[in-house]
Design a protein around this ligand. Structure first.
Ligand code: HEM
Length: 337
């Protein structure tokens, strides 16, 4: 995984360049910038450049698709559980065109040279029991899953991290000192990522305070009991990750930003009080990738740029499909190079 760091670092440096190429201070809205960055990373690292895609068109389709799912989400609270037996995203008109784009790319790749990216790995994968490979439809569905699950979440983690860093100058200084000590002025590579210990702590604390996946849902397969409450078979159970991460019974001073909670010397956490990537059989498949990516990007950006939250903009998290800052996050960026 760490071997992909130089590719990520390249995309981060390109972003820095696009913000401050001419050297002056610029005003930018962080969430769409981070979404563009993480989208480029996922195409460059997993789909080897995604040269078959019109990136801007695909990103705008994904945005509309997420908006549709976001609207349907309210139904979780209002509609009977039976409604959710069908996938909520089955109703968005934007899903099929996305799948069609990816399926076209998959068919082309079946007959082209191997590149050892995720597409190749999935093309070669065989079911261990039947020996069958995946057809183009199944493969396209898997790839769409990675693209969807893998870019908006990481973009929001980075958005919140930049917000917290901008609000805490001592944290900014510690990240800069660490990056300079570990990597100097070089691009972040595989040998640096594991040594950026404090930068990783900042991201872990960001995911505690602002978990992009702020709640998880499950449907109970059988009649059972949870903390003394009866749960009927087929009931929807909501796991409130955001509330869990700020629970006074589990965390000291829970609303305070303190990356040292995650220091290697800090007491071990209870596994089920901290769930930014979920747990159990459906735990995030991309957690290691996401942390490698976020550490590389945060280190690269904070080393090169001074971020200031534009005042008097009030930053407030809003729970849609994922946890994002209401009304965006305008920041001024000043190059330190
Ligand atoms: C900071 C970034 C990320 C966060 C916070 C995050 C969070 C999560 C969470 C909470 C789940 C479990 C959902 C549940 O239990 O219902 C999940 C599942 C998943 N994630 Fe992530 N994720 C991130 C990045 C990524 C990346 C980069 C990828 C791919 C490259 C990815 C791929 C997936 C996939 C494929 C699943 C579904 C696993 C399954 O259902 O078996 N995620 N993610």
């Amino acid at each position: 995984m760490a071997g992909l760091a130089p590719l990520v670092s390249f995309v981060a440096d390109r972003t820095v360049e696009s913000w401050t190429g001419s050297g002056q201070t610029n005003l930018i809205d962080i969430p769409p910038e981070m979404a563009r960055l993480t989208f480029d990373v996922i195409l460059d690292t997993m789909l080897s450049g995604g040269e078959d895609f019109d990136r801007a068109a695909m990103q705008s389709r994904i945005k509309s698709f997420f908006a549709d799912i976001g609207k349907m989400r309210i139904s979780y609270f209002l509609a009977p559980d039976a409604y959710h037996a069908s996938r909520p995203d089955a109703h968005s008109a934007h899903r099929q065109p996305l799948l069609d784009d990816i399926r076209r790319m998959v068919s082309r790749r079946r007959n082209s040279d191997r590149r050892s990216d995720l597409v190749d790995l999935l093309l070669q994968a065989r079911d261990p029991e039947t020996g069958q490979g995946m057809d183009d439809d199944l493969l396209a569905n898997n790839l769409l899953g990675f693209i969807l699950a893998g870019h908006e979440t990481t973009a929001l983690a980075l958005t919140w991290a930049l917000y917290l860093v901008a609000m805490h100058p001592p944290t900014t200084a510690r990240i800069r000192d660490e990056v300079t000590e570990v990597a100097g002025t070089n691009a972040i590579d595989a040998t640096h990522v594991d040594r950026l210990v404090f930068t990783r702590q900042v991201l872990s604390e960001t995911l505690r305070l602002y978990p992009p996946a702020f709640q998880l849902t499950r449907v109970s397969r059988k009649r059972t009991e949870l903390a003394g409450f009866p749960v009927q078979a087929g009931s929807r159970v909501i796991i409130p990750v955001y509330a869990l991460h700020r629970h006074r019974g589990h965390w000291a001073n829970p609303d305070a930003f303190d990356p040292d909670r995650f220091a290697p010397s800090a007491p071990q956490l209870d596994r089920f009080t901290y769930l930014p990537f979920g747990a159990g059989p459906r735990i995030c498949l991309g957690a290691a990738f996401a942390m490698m990516e976020a550490v590389t990007v945060l280190a690269s950006l904070v080393r090169a740029i001074d971020f200031t939250v534009v005042s008097p903009h009030r930053v407030r998290p809003v729970a849609g499909l994922a946890l994002r800052p209401a009304g965006g996050l305008p920041m001024s960026v000043r190059s330190l190079r």
